[in-house]
Design a protein around this ligand. Structure first.
Ligand code: COA
Length: 389
């Protein structure tokens, strides 16, 4: 029996800032952001969206009533959670109308945790093949205004339905993982923005990729030529390109060209959204599968997941015959319809997030077209609204 990703869907906000405009405002050369970092647009997350609403907005459109009935495990992976104790997944389960007979947990290990959730969900379905599991990576990446990390912000959520006989990608049981205590990026409980040693984290990312990829090749007696395409965690899209380039010399020039061409599809959506933290690898996978006309059923896809702190995992999946049926095919149109905001409007949004204080707060959500929105806080409890209910 095969187990894997049956459906894959994405949500972000309806707002973005243009990266050339942001570069000009920060007295940087636009090509540094557009080419050097590899980002064209960055999602601007309004205060009416948080980890919970993004997660629910990502999952809701793809779930049928039969899916809802079959889901008995919900994992929300995030490093921008809204509570130190209660799992974001419990709020999400309510918004999605899931059964009360569902295990709901939140997982954390920087940008890696959605992969841990995916593997947990796949093992769960292997034992309970009539059940389905929902895994959502949901985050808002915040480094701060006028910081080196600012052009690598963004936000959104990727929802994955895991089932037996999946439509999209059958997962192989071949993961190689690496985890060690490394201080490249962390966020103490008292901070709303991460602390990061950016150059160090980029170097560790490459080291981890090479380690787990070489480990995979040795364990599976495989080589790079076996792969149709590689998808990467994309904190910024140049990062994945650097990782890919680091292994290209081991294959033929013709295959190198093919892998580079596929990578342009991997990074297409991330280029327009920015960093998603936990969801980033899976937005890359979705981007590859939605935009690349050269892929075909049976192709082997390699996936590299990385979370600072640090943990890396390389694993693979086989593309299934009807993979397009499980995908968020309308995403390119939704991204194109977003509203561009000025740098001043982006800065205002950045500073207007729900405050970490006990007082009641109200959020102006009237202009947010997303189905699920955060409307404020009453008695220290976040208030969520389904605008279509
Ligand atoms: N045209 C084209 N490229 C340009 C350029 C220009 N005018 N000016 C600079 N660049 C290139 C640089 O050569 C560099 O490319 P390289 O890394 O391939 O050498 C790139 O743009 C970035 O420039 P750099 O000076 O290194 O940027 P920075 O010091 O502002 O920091 C990050 C970049 C990514 C380290 C920073 O944004 C960051 O800390 N991000 C958060 C951490 C992160 O994402 N880590 C990833 C692992 S999880």
């Amino acid at each position: 029996m095969q187990v894997g990703i049956d459906k894959l869907h994405f949500a972000t906000s309806h707002l973005y800032v243009d990266m050339a405009e942001l570069a000009n405002a920060r007295q940087q050369a636009p090509d540094k952001y557009l080419i050097g970092i590899g980002q064209s647009q960055m999602a601007v997350i309004p205060p009416s969206q948080d980890t919970v609403t993004l997660a629910a907005n990502a999952a809701y459109p793809m779930l049928t009533a039969a899916d809802v009935d079959a889901i008995d495990l919900l994992v929300v992976a995030t490093e921008s959670g809204i509570d130190n104790s209660k799992a974001a997944a419990i709020y999400v389960a309510r918004l999605l109308g899931l059964s009360k007979r569902v295990r709901t947990i939140e997982m954390k290990e920087a940008c890696y945790a959605a992969t841990a959730g995916l593997q947990l969900a796949a093992d769960h379905v292997r034992v309970h093949p009539t059940k389905k599991a929902l895994v959502i990576g949901s985050d808002i990446a915040r480094y701060g205004l006028n910081t080196a990390g600012e052009p690598t912000q963004g936000g959104g959520a990727v929802a994955m339905l895991i089932s037996a006989d999946p439509q999209v990608l059958a997962l192989n049981d071949d993961s190689v993982v690496l985890s060690e205590d490394v201080m490249d990026f962390w966020r103490p409980l008292y901070r709303t923005e991460a602390l990061v040693d950016g150059k160090y984290s980029s170097n560790i990312y490459i080291d981890y990729f090479q380690d787990v990829f070489k480990g995979y090749l040795a364990e599976q007696h495989a080589d790079l030529a076996d792969f149709a395409a590689l998808a990467f965690h994309l904190p910024y899209t140049k990062m994945g390109l650097k990782a890919l380039r680091s292994v290209l010399p081991t294959t033929t020039p013709e295959h190198q060209e093919q892998l580079l061409a596929h990578f342009e599809h991997v990074r297409q959506f991330s280029r327009q959204v920015g960093n998603l933290y936990t969801g980033s690898l899976y937005l890359g996978l979705l981007s590859l599968l939605v935009t690349d006309p050269e892929l075909k059923a049976g192709d082997l896809i390699g996936l590299f997941s990385y979370g600072s702190g640090a943990e890396g995992e390389f694993y693979t999946g086989r593309l299934q015959p009807n993979y397009q049926q499980g995908l968020d095919l309308a995403l390119p149109q939704r991204l194109a319809r977003r509203q561009r905001v000025s740098v001043a409007e982006y800065e205002a949004c950045f500073n207007q997030q729900l405050q970490w204080i006990a007082a009641d707060q109200t959020i102006d959500y009237q202009h947010d077209p997303q189905r699920f929105v955060l409307t404020g806080q009453i008695n220290e409890q976040r208030q969520y609204l389904d605008q279509q209910a």
